[in-house]
Design a protein around this ligand. Structure first.
Ligand code: NAP
Length: 407
């Protein structure tokens, strides 16, 4: 069986990988311009295919029949060709978002839910929310309810982002401030790159439920695969594929005192996992065009830190890299979100007496004990996990590999 994905820009698509794990069929990407749609439908030999941005409405006219869900939403993301040649249009985004909502544990019944954006995904999200008894309000830049009168909705319990605001490469942008919503219980963001948009990071920092759209992406693919093959797929496969993708997409970031072994551990870790290794200090040297001691001589620590933050804002957007940071990156609070948006952060702990100081301007110039006492709470606040590097470096690497298998 031959299946695929029809869309305009597909180079970053995870669908081939997801479908490989879902069923026994080939899955090809079909990047087509709008004027090529007709010929695509005339020529394609696919028995089933998915449809993505910007064609979910355009393909309606190529379907011979729509399922009730596709008809209700007025958009199709899955087309299956029957033996008699008739094309049936489905919408599995509905199931995908329903599954994401259920996984979040949020109960939306009789509660106000703000849905940001009024595009195709917004229609799907609103239909699911209404089926669960929510009182939905669409916030649109140009609608009656917009970003200038959010005070009308300070009683909102849940916010769902269906806009592209905050999506790679515009990481760090947010459609609104959560400070307006004292009754908020959770935020769902359909974006999955980065794993934690600015909106989700804000929700997490307030102790709210925060979930990205990766689960929805996998769940809608699972239902599509069922339509392609005519066979039901166990729900548990959604979690298996989701966890595998999430692990592959996230960065592994190492923090800790200068000389604690971050670069050596990072390189070994990257080799063991087949990932790219990046030393943030090397990137800073490239960015500045001079050595780190020279940066300190010319611009002081403040100058160094501002180059470091610029470099981390680029590195934090990556996916699947192992990144060793400079020892003082934790001294700037804004570096936390830059690193955390897509990563698990390991604090590499090493006995203070074993730390080298040569070539490290701050370590060589001051009291290492004092520096450690100041930074320890910062490392702890940044870290998701702690790794001891007092014995063999291989032990530290293996411990991270062991933890990576369990996350
Ligand atoms: P769309 O039809 O283009 O709609 C996006 C809506 O967002 C627009 O209608 C617009 O609404 C709003 N918007 C666009 N740019 C904005 C900006 N700069 N500031 C504020 N609002 C803006 O796209 P879509 O198909 O609905 O997809 C929306 C998002 O959901 C995309 O990021 C997509 O990747 C994601 N998505 C994820 C999944 C998944 O499986 N996880 C599935 C479907 C979609 P207003 O004009 O009313 O403000």
């Amino acid at each position: 069986m031959h299946c695929g994905l029809l869309g305009r820009k597909l180079s970053h698509s995870y669908s081939p990988q997801i479908h490989k794990l879902l069923g026994d069929y080939t899955y090809e990407l079909f990047e087509r311009e709008p004027q090529m749609l007709k010929s695509f439908f005339e020529e394609t030999e696919c028995t089933g295919f998915n449809v993505t941005i910007p064609y979910k409405k355009d393909v309606l006219s190529f379907c011979d029949e729509l399922t009730p869900t596709a008809q209700l939403l007025g958009s199709v993301n899955t087309i299956v060709k029957k033996e008699d040649g008739r094309r049936i249009g489905h919408n599995t985004d509905y199931y995908g978002f329903l599954s994401m909502l259920e996984r979040s544990g949020l109960d939306v019944s009789d509660k106000k839910v703000l849905v940001l954006g009024s595009g195709g995904a917004s229609v799907t999200v609103c239909a699911v929310l209404k089926s669960r008894g929510a009182n939905t309000v669409v916030i649109s830049r140009t609608g009656e309810n917009n970003y200038s009168n959010l005070h009308r909705h300070c009683d909102a319990a849940v916010i769902v982002n269906t806009t592209p605001v905050g999506m790679y490469p515009n990481n760090g942008e947010s459609p609104l401030s959560l400070a307006h919503f004292p009754k908020l219980e959770g935020v769902l963001d359909l974006i999955y790159n980065p794993a934690r948009t600015k909106l989700l990071l804000d929700a997490q920092s307030r102790g709210l439920v925060a979930q990205c759209g990766l689960w929805m992406l996998v769940a809608q693919a699972k239902e599509s695969a069922e339509f392609f093959t005519g066979k039901s797929i166990d729900e548990s496969l959604i979690a298996t594929i989701h966890d595998q993708l999430a692990a592959q997409m996230k960065n592994i970031v190492l923090i800790g005192m200068p000389g604690c072994g971050k670069s050596t551990i990072g390189l070994q870790l990257a080799n063991a996992l087949g990932r790219e290794f990046i030393d943030a200090d090397e990137r800073i040297i490239n960015e500045a065009g001079i050595s780190i001691p020279e940066i300190f001589d010319r611009s002081g620590e403040e100058g160094f830190r501002s180059i470091e933050t610029k470099v981390l804002s680029q590195l934090g957007k990556l996916s699947g890299a192992v990144i060793a940071t400079g020892g003082g990156c934790v001294t700037k609070p804004e570096n936390y979100e830059l690193l955390h948006q897509n990563a698990v952060i390991y604090f590499i702990k090493r006995d203070i007496g074993s730390l080298p100081v040569d070539g490290r301007p701050l370590s060589a110039s001051g009291d290492l004990q004092k520096m450690y006492a100041e930074r320890l709470p910062l490392y702890e606040a940044f870290a998701d996990a702690r790794i001891c590097n007092d014995k063999d470096i291989c032990d530290a690497v293996n411990e991270i590999l062991r933890l990576e298998k369990t996350v």
